[in-house]
Design a protein around this ligand. Structure first.
Ligand code: DAH
Length: 339
């Protein structure tokens, strides 16, 4: 009888537990109702009465010890598995954390805003879904102007007429309709055109529009604004040049070129050996446009300009395919991190 107690005692001493399954086996063997120890208690009635007391004490001691060992093993196992599998090893080198960056279009847009804000311009925005009045009619487009035709514009609805704006000049109109001069605003935003997608053209892109309306604003003020912008954005030695052009909403109108900042006018691939690259359109706001917005053109005058953000970014960073801006290839986008 006492031998059996000793035997179980030995087994209890030897028992090792390293996994939760082994812990459960331990529990069944030494603690549960079907355990070896419970089995020994059942022998109690066969023990001679003069030995019952000693046998009982030995069994109770064995039972207590089994419980103590079980508690100890369970706590130990929990601590070691918590370390090995559930919580990271704090001494391992950390996994590098990838931080996102600004999209190049936003980098260029923010930089343009920053430069024009220092010239006293504020920022205005307008809707991407527009109507014929804001996109064409108020901007003095003749009734049968080719830009109104299907190949350029995404028309959404006929009655009431809805379209995706083809340029940010729409925001000039919204600004002048709803306020009183003077205005000095730049208007960044996305525009849409029904164009075949290629390395040079896309069906959506971004523009920054500029408008300055006040008393006595002249062409010299337009040149001044563009000159300072170009020097700040492209570098101190940048020269500017205005080429006569035509836009329905400006008179006179001009295309703006800057001296090629890559070859310094010596001639290269970017400027197609001309020494100059185009950055946008501009002009003095046509009196008809002012009239359409309820502004007296005898008292107020002003200039406007429009530049493509993709175009400016492509020049600045020597990017040769406009599609890269909208393809979300992180290998392309990552190159602008930290700029
Ligand atoms: N809206 C013109 C375009 O999308 C760009 C432009 C040209 C805007 C001359 C102007 C401007 O404000 O004066 O091609």
């Amino acid at each position: 009888m006492f031998d059996q107690v000793k035997k179980v005692q030995k087994e209890l001493d030897k028992a090792i537990v390293t996994t939760t399954t082994e812990l459960e086996t331990f529990r069944i063997k030494f603690i549960s109702k079907k355990s070896l120890i419970t089995g020994l208690f059942k022998l109690f009635k066969t023990v001679p009465s003069d030995q019952k007391k000693a046998f009982g004490e030995a069994l109770n001691e064995l039972k207590k010890e089994a419980n103590r060992k079980f508690q100890f093993l369970a706590a130990h196992l929990e601590a070691s598995t918590a370390f090995s599998s559930e919580s990271p090893d704090v001494l391992l080198p950390s996994i590098p954390f990838q931080i996102g960056g600004l999209h190049p279009i936003n980098i260029v847009k923010n930089r343009m805003i920053e430069i024009f804000e220092r010239q006293g311009f504020n920022v205005s925005e307008g809707p991407e879904m527009e109507d014929d009045w804001h996109n064409f009619t108020a901007l003095n487009f003749p009734e049968n102007h080719p830009a109104r035709e299907m190949q350029d514009t995404y028309f959404l609805e006929k009655y009431p007429d809805k379209l995706l704006r083809t340029h940010t000049s729409t925001v000039q109109i919204r600004l002048m309709e709803h306020g009183k001069p003077p205005f000095r605003s730049i208007m960044p935003g996305r525009v849409y055109r029904n164009e075949a997608i290629s390395a040079r053209a896309h069906c959506f892109f971004h523009q920054v529009e500029g408008l300055y309306i006040d008393r006595n604003v002249g062409f010299k003020d337009l040149k001044n604004s563009i000159y300072h912008f170009s020097r700040e954005f492209f570098g101190k030695e940048t020269e500017i040049r205005f080429r006569p052009s035509y836009f329905p909403f400006t008179e006179p109108s001009a295309e703006v070129d800057i001296s090629c900042f890559i070859c310094k006018k010596k001639g290269c691939k970017i400027c197609k050996n001309s020494g100059w690259v185009e950055i946008g359109g501009s002009g003095m706001v046509d009196p008809n446009v002012l009239k359409n917005c309820g502004i007296d053109s005898k008292e107020f005058s002003g200039f406007a300009f429009g530049m493509g953000i993709e175009r400016i970014a492509m020049l600045k960073y020597e990017i040769d395919d406009i599609r890269l801006f909208s393809e979300n290839d992180v290998r392309f986008l990552r190159q602008f991190n930290g700029l």
